[in-house]
Design a protein around this ligand. Structure first.
Ligand code: UDP
Ligand code: MG
Length: 331
């Protein structure tokens, strides 16, 4: 049986033999894509042969995702259906699935088939190592082109990756999602990271080792709609930046120096004016300085608040996710 780990992020130990491969997919309101997803993933696993499992996580869906999942699990013993207590969000749902899966290699994939599961054999070859080259610890899908995504989504994504790579020491490859094949060793390291605001693709990059890209074309969703509206994208970006960089906290120092320089300029200007007996009422300059300073102070308070809030969240030490049921898998 599969142990419910309830957010205790320790590498899952289990008496059952490890399957060679796990496919892990978080699902939120994906009832329409699940059958097609499992058909395509199942076909790929059949072609690969060997022991494998498919871990599906129902992230508190409001449609019939769970019923669809368990029905499919009853028909195929490779499928393990995990239901969370409520919606935890993409990254935590994925974390729950990753903590349950037991494979030697783990494929992380979205349930909406935007990332083709048919790339798995190529990823396996890259992980084995080609032409006498060393094998990889991580093979990540890197998007060559994105169908069915708006110009806006592509532009915000591009800006985001440029920003995050300037702000952090970790080299987070652009145009990637969480679609990747990771080794058990990398997964156990990932699961050992207790952080709550998770930016999994960045955390995997941070682990290091040999990480190689596999270029592919990203497709449009097969059915359903994106669960990442702008507000969620902004929150996700803020998590990524605060999880990987303290540069925004340091920014107050730079801004402070600049403001001090400007202030000194004003000081000299007013003294000279006073000496020359030419002082104007000075309302404009005072208001300008006041506005500038006030704005900067609030801005930096916001930055400090963003980090403080996350520190507070982390410090509560609540479980990252809560599992309600696990159904399926080998008897
Ligand atoms: N997802 C989830 N919980 C959520 C939102 C999304 O488990 O709260 C899943 C969703 O079912 C999908 C994956 O995360 O398998 C990526 O979500 P989506 O396709 O909506 O994001 P996009 O591809 O538009 O960035
Ligand atoms: Mg998607």
């Amino acid at each position: 049986m599969y142990p419910a780990t309830d957010g205790l992020l320790v590498a899952t130990m289990n008496e059952l033999a490890r399957p060679a491969l796990s496919v892990v997919a978080p699902c939120y309101n994906e009832q329409d894509v699940l059958p097609e997803f499992l058909r395509r993933v199942g076909a790929v696993l059949d072609s690969l042969g060997g022991n494998s499992e498919i871990v599906l996580v129902d992230d508190g869906s409001r449609d019939r995702t769970w019923e669809t999942m368990t029905a499919l699990a009853a028909a195929d013993s490779r499928i393990v259906a995990v239901r969370l207590m409520r919606n935890h969000g993409h990254q935590l749902a994925l974390t729950a699935g990753l903590s349950v899966c037991r494979g030697e290699r783990i494929l992380i994939i979205d349930a909406d088939l935007q990332d083709p599961p048919e790339l798995l054999p190529d990823m396996m070859v890259l992980m084995d190592g080609v032409d006498g080259e060393a094998g990889a610890d991580v093979v990540y899908g890197q998007r060559r082109q994105r169908d069915g995504e708006s110009l806006f989504k592509r532009a915000t994504a591009a800006t985001f990756y440029r920003l995050i790579n300037r702000l952090t020491d970790v080299d987070i490859p652009a145009d990637t999602g969480d679609f990747r094949l990771v080794s058990r060793r990398v997964l156990d390291l990932l699961l050992a990271m207790p952080e709550r605001h998770r930016f999994i693709r960045g955390m995997v990059a941070w682990i290091g080792g040999r990480q190689v890209p596999l270029l592919y074309d990203r497709h449009a969703r097969v059915a359903g709609e994106s669960k990442y509206p702008l507000s969620k994208m902004i929150r996700f970006a803020a998590d990524a930046v605060t999880a990987f960089s303290v540069v925004p906290l340091m920014a107050s120092m730079t801004i402070g120096w600049v403001m001090a320089g400007v202030g000194f300029g004003f000081f000299v200007y007013s003294i000279v004016g006073w000496l020359m007996d030419a002082n104007l009422p000075g309302w404009t300059s005072i208001m300008a300085a006041l506005g500038l300073l006030g704005g900067m102070q609030f801005l930096m308070l916001g930055v400090i608040g963003a980090y403080l809030g996350r520190l507070y969240d982390q410090n509560k030490g609540r479980p990252l996710f809560m599992i309600r049921d696990i159904v399926g898998g080998p008897k």
